[in-house]
Design a protein around this ligand. Sequence first.
Ligand SMILES: *Cc1c(COP(=O)(O)O)cnc(C)c1O
Length: 227
Amino acid sequence: MSIAERLNQIRSRITDAAVKAGRDPQTVRLVAVSKTRPPEDLLAAYRAGQVVFGENYVQELTAKTAAITEPLEWHFIGHLQSNKAKYLAGLVTLIHSVDRLSLAEEISRQWGRLGRSCDVLVQVNIAGEATKSGTTEAGALHLVRAIAQLPNVRVRGLMTMPPLFDDPEGARPYFAELKRLSELIAAAAIPGVEMAELSMGMSGDFEAAIQEGATLVRVGTAIFGKR
Ligand SMILES: *Cc1c(COP(=O)(O)O)cnc(C)c1O
């Protein structure tokens, strides 16, 4: 199957999952996760109507933005070292993976140099897995409050990567928990903070994530094939 065909399949599965959950399919955006994929693959997806691409590695992202002149929209979804934030300034429209104040401070500083603000999601490690990034669930509200004090960063929601399960139903409680946490943070009504976005769900479990409230699903393998 071609990338365009797989994309169309994913889109109809997204629509079906949203409708089944009683949601407007327009409220779910597909982020095509293109790590390790050559620019030709991204362009094939772009020609098939895909606009938002998620990348995990700074160097790979900057190389692709230099190689591709079409107006793709870039999201950064991987673990980010603070000293690399400067390379992303002005290139990405959303960073999904802010998990500590020091990183948010550096993002604010770098976007401030451009006279702009960076939209970010706070990554939460709901399961508390040692191998995964993300703030703890207990620390999330505190972190959001601290980031809200920074001049050039806007918190737009939360992101999570649940543990891997063979059965997508295994991830569902983690998606539901991220939704619950976002409602709790929204209820705190922190000035400048929005809980509009929930980035959750990947190739194996995006339908369950949509049913639990995802507004951004990050799908790689199901579009581009095995890495
Ligand atoms: C690689 C990756 C994805 C996509 O995973 P697939 O299983 O290929 O869909 C989503 N989110 C993050 C943070 C990733 O690193």
